[in-house]
Design a protein around this ligand. Structure first.
Ligand SMILES: [Zn+2]
Length: 297
């Protein structure tokens, strides 16, 4: 029989780079601890804006080659995090990046946003029933910040978790499997405010492009909603390196980064979650420090 790691973590994300920005330290920490870390990315991120001028030719309105390029960026990022199992939902290029909410690309045939949730979920059920994760991490129902692919990734992940456990559903996709714990990516408001406070305390000349604001950070909620915090400070450099590997999307400078709007944000090496399904593995009123806390098998 094949050796199966005791702890198995599945993350479902919309585009290459989301995993490193949201969960890079968590992924590196669990991979280093010998857990099975599986990343499923739903699109190639074909509609992203390209930061480096020398790669601007890849953009969708020019050569339209950003998708395959980002497959390579993701592979490089996963190397930095020590994650070997990363897959695209339904195979690379199956679902296309839908662009920001409201643009014409939302309605394009093949766009992830246009795909019926149950169709996309079937592909994820196959992964869930084969990897058999105890823990699933994805976005909140707003996708953290309202991007259609992030909203859809949330819907598909939640639906697939349900279908994977359903004995009557598609036995051709494997034996039913119930995921013990499901988490949404979150960031506590006080932590973000402190992070931006530190940036604002520096001379403005340090940030010629300006500083982002709390509203630019996805998934920010009141601290009381946070159930779980994962201290990834030992993996802060791995996370920064993984983010740097997504060079078309992210510009990293030390412990800060900027997206294509050039507004600087802090990189957080402690990552936060809200447990939305399953039993908390910490006493009431205390935060979990381990996604697998209380997981027995
Ligand atoms: Zn994204």
């Amino acid at each position: 029989m094949k050796d199966v790691p005791a702890h198995r973590l599945l993350l479902v994300h919309a585009h290459p780079d989301d995993e490193s920005i949201n969960n890079g330290a968590t992924m590196a920490r669990y991979a280093a601890a010998g857990a099975q870390v599986t990343l499923v990315t739903c699109t190639l991120g074909e509609e992203g804006e390209v930061i480096p001028p020398d790669l601007a030719h890849l953009a969708p309105d020019r050569e339209n080659r950003l998708g395959p390029h980002r497959v390579g960026e993701l592979a490089a990022a996963m190397k930095e995090l020590g994650v070997t199992d990363h897959r695209f939902l339904g195979g690379p290029g199956r679902f296309r990046d839908s662009g920001m909410m409201g643009v014409a690309e939302n309605r394009r045939t093949g766009a992830f946003w246009q795909t019926p949730v149950d169709d996309a979920a079937g592909h994820l059920v196959e992964v869930i029933r084969s990897v058999r994760p105890q823990v699933l991490v994805t976005y909140d129902p707003d996708g953290g910040y309202g991007h259609p692919d992030h909203i859809q990734a949330h819907r598909v992940a939640m639906r697939a978790a349900e279908l994977a456990a359903e004995p009557a559903y598609r036995r051709d996709l494997g034996e039913p499997h119930a995921i013990a714990k499901i988490y949404w990516n979150r960031v506590p408001r006080t932590v973000v405010e402190e992070g931006f406070g530190r940036l604002r305390a520096e001379p403005p000349t340090a940030f010629p492009g300006g500083i982002a604001s709390v509203n630019d950070v996805p998934g920010v909620v009141d601290d009381a909603r946070i159930t779980t915090e994962i201290d990834g400070s030992a993996y802060a450099e791995r996370k920064a390196a993984a983010m740097r590997a997504h060079a078309t999307q992210v510009a990293v400078n030390g412990t800060r980064f900027a997206l294509s709007n050039h507004l600087v944000q802090p990189i957080f090496s402690t990552e936060y979650y809200q447990l939305v399904h399953g039993e908390p593995g910490a006493p009431e009123g205390e935060r979990e420090r381990d996604l697998f806390a209380g997981v027995t098998e």
